[in-house]
Design a protein around this ligand. Sequence first.
Ligand code: WQD
Length: 338
Amino acid sequence: MKILLSGGAGFIGSHTYVELTKAGHEAVIVDNLYNASEKVLERLQVITGKPVPFIKADVADRSAMRAVFSEHKFDAVIHFAGYKAVGESVQKPIEYYRNNLDTTLTLCECMREAGVKCIVFSSSATVYGPLETSPLEESMAPEDCTNPYAWTKSMNERILLDAVHAMPDWSCALLRYFNPIGAHESGLIGEDPVGIPNNLMPFITQVASGKREKLSVFGNDYNTPDGTGVRDYIHVVDLARGHVAACEYLLTHPGAEIINLGTGIGYSVLDIVNTFMRVNNIDVPYVIAPRRSGDMDSYYADPSKAKALLGWQAEKTLDDMCRDSWRWQSNNPNGYRD
Ligand code: WQD
């Protein structure tokens, strides 16, 4: 297959590029590098052993994207491009709706003109909203999203469901990610947040490397075994492999599918911290801090549909996730800015 990876220079996209290449597919990365480094392309060439087809473009730019689709005959699109910071989306809702919806609508228009009928969308478990009933299952009716970022994911799901309803020969997979962490075993690519990390694992790795003084554990009075928040952490390589499986499935199955990509196992913040310290034999100083607004007690997937439909399930362990996260951070103390 020949696949367009929109936003493919990012954390999930770059790992998906590696897994597509390993599976014998040809992928072309289209990215404006707004939230990614061009250095990732050099790293991908080292990992895959061949040049990386890359086009610098804004996925929302229709003329640029028409040129991409006229240059390449794609079998499918995997759509990662979009702004992704929950907190920032609350401060900049207009930019988030403009960018995250325009990219999808432009891709759909270009796909329709070019006769490309398969799209995998990078959705998020956050579209379930503040449901208290984990494990979360795809048929559950979501509650209202709690931030503009989550709404853009929900609205993009709606756009693609309606597009497939209007064009029954199209196929789409709406992949609801839980909490992606970890990095490729080479330590050459990984999560590279700009500024103070919002998410748990990059904050832990920056504390371990001495870049940050200590971790604030946001609350230890949740209704969980140790009182700290429970989430479904999934290795980014498992997540990437889920995208390959979804792409291959779409080629022979028209219609739309919503699919959780998680492990089905919930781990607490302290589980992550303690596992990280054990497997890497390194200290991560932390303090218990007040709860973070909007956080849930417990949030994890029912991953059975992905197994039944795609034959995919997560295989890597929490030890793998913690070891691989640390290898990336320790090899790249300043991410791709080294
Ligand atoms: C995980 C746990 C925190 C940081 C977010 C987005 C979601 C998705 C995944 C895109 C929680 C605790 C965190 C810290 C902490 N992204 N924590 N100290 O909030 O589950 O999900 O990332 O789709 O949309 O909302 O992930 O890593 O921020 O938090 O104690 O410094 O770690 O309270 O329990 P979250 P997270």
